[in-house]
Design a protein around this ligand. Structure first.
Ligand code: F6P
Length: 543
């Protein structure tokens, strides 16, 4: 059994250091070091990452990187890129980075030429996307495809929908995408009700092709299509394509494997956007821009693989998250994009981070003795400012926050963009430096109101800025967070690449489904709460 990380000299040094940092205020750290704002910043590809407004000193960074070295983070990173089976509980390589290797690269894993496989699928996707985008691909009745409906859930939904929304300004073919994920039939009903089946293409995305929600929605979509097109089964081939690792199940479902785009078991669902799972995005923005996104990912991959730990952006951000979680007691982490186009980014990150690092046993199966996996949440600015920022400014909790913004907008209302971004800079400064009682008094505030108007400050933020939201900078941003997750998981000695915890609920839903109809076996074996709830549900439904 590996030694518990909390017993290492490096961890204990950080505990001691945390007690000192608790006494320090960001106001004093900035006052003492006029160069701090630029010294605690790192550039990776188009991203400028300013981590100076965090509760750290140079010593904190030194101690955190010493911890990373102690646990062998460098070796873990190298192992991932080489295709080692880091996902030990499923005996799989973790190779999402191979999805964005350039065509000229070479990587053979478990006897397979991974680069050739990846580019083979990318080429098929591009050829298909061009036929649909150009109008050469026609629906069953000869109509051009106008709407693509992506059916998937989890990683088979959140990546595509996040990227489609983020890159809407780059949509150039007149093809619109919609996304159905929830097994609540409202979702498929509401998404399709104003569509014309003759011009709709369904992309059914499921790594396993066994996910209850996706198969139920795909069956409903198929019924809707056939009802709308006169019941001719031949229509399915012109209106359904699949993305999966499981060809047999795709065939069993009735989709021709000719219309299937594959990927591999070494791509986790939440890491799969740059695989064929991104097909809807490619249909909307075109193969070249999709390739630009992959190049963005790759630039950050290379940085992560080669930069020294103390100048390595994902490593630094991952270590900061560990610092707040394990040494300063933070429970949650806010992600606040100042871009309406990134409105699904926090939801995407929730799966990426929480499904990855929501674990409480180490790689060898021992229970962890420390917190793991902070709770990620967020909303785009400035909406959040008028909702939950009050708690960030004056609440009693420590909530580290990432602010993400762009210099140039994807529209020409430039003066409004300045106004918008002034909020980004104002909020990060206000959170860091606050407003003292003296400053509040000097404004003539009545004495009894002074404590209510004091802004304590010292709230940590990281600012991530890029020149513009483009396919490339989006790829960079996603890769940055993917590698933050690996860094944290390595320190916590957990496996960020499995997700056994979601299985129990799935199994139980399948067992309970027949009981809801009232025709299945009685409810005797159930706990009293679940049994009472199901009885009430049946009565309400049958009213
Ligand atoms: O239930 C969790 C999960 O397995 C995710 O990890 C995954 O992204 C999602 O379900 C969907 O799985 P699939 O792509 O196999 O349908």
């Amino acid at each position: 059994m590996a030694a518990d990380v909390t017993t290492t000299a490096e961890w204990l040094a950080l505990c001691k250091h945390a007690a000192e940092i608790r006494q320090v205020h960001l106001r004093d750290l900035f006052a003492a070091d006029p160069g701090r704002g630029e010294r605690f910043a790192v550039e990776v590809a188009d991203l400028y990452v300013d981590y100076s407004k965090n509760l750290i000193t140079g010593e904190t960074v030194r101690l955190l990187t010493a911890l990373a070295e102690r646990i062998g983070l460098g070796d873990r990173i190298a192992a991932m890129f080489s295709g080692a089976h880091l996902n030990a509980t499923e005996d799989r390589a973790v190779l999402h980075t191979a999805l964005r290797l350039p065509r000229a690269a070479s990587l053979t894993v478990d006897g397979q030429d991974v680069v050739a496989d990846v580019h083979g699928v990318l080429d098929r996707m591009a050829a298909f996307a061009e036929t649909v985008r150009s109008g050469q691909w026609r629906g069953h009745t000869g109509e051009r495809i106008q709407t693509v409906v992506n059916i998937g859930i989890g990683g088979s939904d959140l990546g595509p929908v996040m990227a489609y929304e983020a890159l809407k300004a780059y949509r150039d073919s007149g093809i619109r995408c919609r996304f159905v994920s929830n097994i609540d039939p409202t979702d498929i009903h509401d998404t399709t009700r104003d569509l014309d089946p003759a011009s709709t293409l369904f992309v059914v995305v499921s790594k396993t092709f066994s996910t209850q929600e996706t198969l139920a929605n795909a069956r409903a979509a198929r019924r809707w299509l056939l009802d709308g097109l006169g019941g001719d089964e031949a229509a399915v081939a012109r209106h359904f394509v699949a993305v999966s690792t499981n060809q047999q199940r795709v065939r069993n479902f009735g989709i021709d494997p000719e219309n299937m785009f594959g990927f591999w078991d070494w791509v986790g669902g939440r890491y799969s956007l740059p695989s064929a799972v991104g097909l809807s995005v490619m249909l909307a923005i075109g193969p070249q821009r999709f390739a630009d996104m992959l190049a963005g990912y790759h630039a950050v991959d290379e940085h992560f693989r080669t930069a020294p730990l103390e100048r390595n952006a994902p490593v630094l951000l991952g270590l900061l998250n560990v610092w707040y979680t394990n040494f300063l007691g933070a429970q949650t982490h806010a992600v606040l994009p100042y871009s309406q186009y990134l409105h699904r980014f926090p939801a995407y990150l929730q799966q990426l981070t929480m499904e990855s690092n929501g674990k409480s046993v180490t790689m060898d199966g021992s229970p962890v003795s420390y917190d793991t996996g902070e709770i990620f949440w967020g909303e785009p600015g400035t909406n959040g400012q008028h909702a939950f920022y009050q708690l960030l400014h004056q609440g009693s909790r420590l909530v580290p926050a990432d602010f993400i913004g762009f210099g140039e907008p994807n529209h020409d209302i430039a003066d409004m963009h300045d106004l918008f971004m002034s909020n980004f800079f104002a909020q990060t400064a206000a959170l860091a430096f606050g407003r003292t009682a003296e400053q509040v008094e000097a404004e003539g505030t009545p004495a009894e109101l002074v404590p209510h108007k004091v802004m304590p400050g010292n709230h940590p933020t990281t600012s991530i800025i890029a020149a513009k939201l483009t396919p490339a900078s989006l790829g960079q941003l996603v890769a940055l967070y993917e590698h933050v997750v690996l860094t944290e998981g390595a320190i916590w000695e957990i496996n960020p690449f499995d997700q056994w915890g979601v299985e129990l609920g799935k199994v139980m839903a399948n067992q309970l489904a027949p009981l809801l109809t009232g025709e299945g076996p009685d409810l005797d074996g159930l706990d009293s709460s679940t049994a009472a709830l199901i009885r009430r549900y049946r009565r309400q439904r049958d009213r």
